[in-house]
Design a protein around this ligand. Sequence first.
Ligand code: GLN
Length: 536
Amino acid sequence: MSNSTKYVFVTGGVTSSLGKGIISASLAKLLQARGYSTTIQKLDPYINIDPGTLNPYEHGECFVTDDGAETDLDLGHYERFLNVPTSQANNVTTGRIYQAVIEKERKGEYLGKTVQVIPHITDEIKDRIQLVAKKGKFDIVITEIGGTVGDIESLPYVEAVRQMLWEHENDCIVVHLTLVPYLAAAGELKTKPTQHSVKQMMELGVQPDILCCRTEHELDLNLRRKIAKFCNVSMNAVIESRDASSIYDVPLLMQAEELDKVVLEKLGLPKKTTPNLSNWKSFLERLKNPKKEVTIGLIGKYVELKDSYKSISESFIHAGVANEAKVNVEWIHSEKLSKDNIESQLGHLDGILVAPGFGSRGISGKIEAVQFARESKIPFLGICLGMQCAVIEFARNVLNLDDAHTTEISEETNHPVISMMEEQKSISNFGGTMRLGAYACQLKPKSKVSKAYNSEKISERHRHRYEFNNDYLNQFEKAGMHATGKNPDTGLVEVVEVADHPWFVGVQFHPEYKSTVDKPHPLFVAFVNAALNHKN
Ligand code: GLN
């Protein structure tokens, strides 16, 4: 372990969904604002190698990093709060840990020893925790342990934390999140679940240093005293974490509770300056006092679970603030859209976004939505599959290639306007066939996109198998759908625009992964601006 790095472990007890990711990101923000270089890592106790093969209904969106890692959506929060890119090292799953250990065993690296959870799995976990620190030379690494203490799956992680505390006691602390529920009938907040949760941690050999108590009501001094006494923590280490109206309020709420100060004290680090959060505060100020309002439809097939499009909805929050507008996102199920109802479903919208996705479910509704946006001149943004739908729609309805399709859905189509690149076809391992991570893109001067970015050279993240089929490019260009962004190395089309339209843009990449509070994404900002113009 490098002597300069300190470690904060964030665990959760009582129930899931307490918001460990947001608390971790908020703490990191406060430490960063005090001048400490900080990163956050998520350890996920499930056995999948990564969330890339998981249905979004399971864990929400799959977030993609510059280095092409398919990761947990919490990494999106980390990037949005810190404005610092994460990488594969920031997200580790049990599957990945076991895979690494088993590969080492096959190579004979354990020299004939019996390979066991302790020490081999726990060593691998500890190595992964320390790897992040080494890679980025961070002052502080915050490691969030997924799941809830007491789960069988989390045991090796808590054990790894116990060992790290023992081996480097001056460099590690544990922040434990719990729930202090309110019993309406008794009119009281209850501390017993917190006591039990801490007891459970102690049975595993870990004494939390700080307790973050999620609560709907104020934790008064008596309650704080009680929790401190029963759980062996100091009074100032009992942190109240009230429900907030926006996740972006949480850093300020944690600052008011002095979470960052207590953390630095316990880590033995100087407090340096008070955090400089002026940008953050002005963002919040504008978020809460919008001057205008705009309604944008998000057409997707996972709209029942809003976490499936987390980065998109957060990008709209950032872009709204940049435009001093509140963006109302209307979630519209693509499976419910048809020719007969499209006008009544989408006619009132100021902008239409067709979401990314895989497979055939809901595709015809997405294509209908594109046609409606194009013909009614409503601002349109198509992302990944959304861009592919825009290409298919244009081929069918403008180029009159009736059965034009993507080969993802119809291999027999006579007009594969979206198809798979030759070199990808031979790969059979499902996790390995995608174009993932950051690629360069060259934009055409004077296009809507180059205006939006105010630049002609950009880099954006990808997650897809299929591509615009360049055999058709001339036909599209002649009819008014232009390729305004291309990969400079391969010539693959990355952006399409319809010339005869106020704002119609389809992008093969995922701009939503790069929008942050400090840097709202230029495409979303331009799209919201176009929607505001449409409204007026
Ligand atoms: N299914 C499409 C592809 O693989 C689009 C993927 C996406 O929208 N992320 O190319």
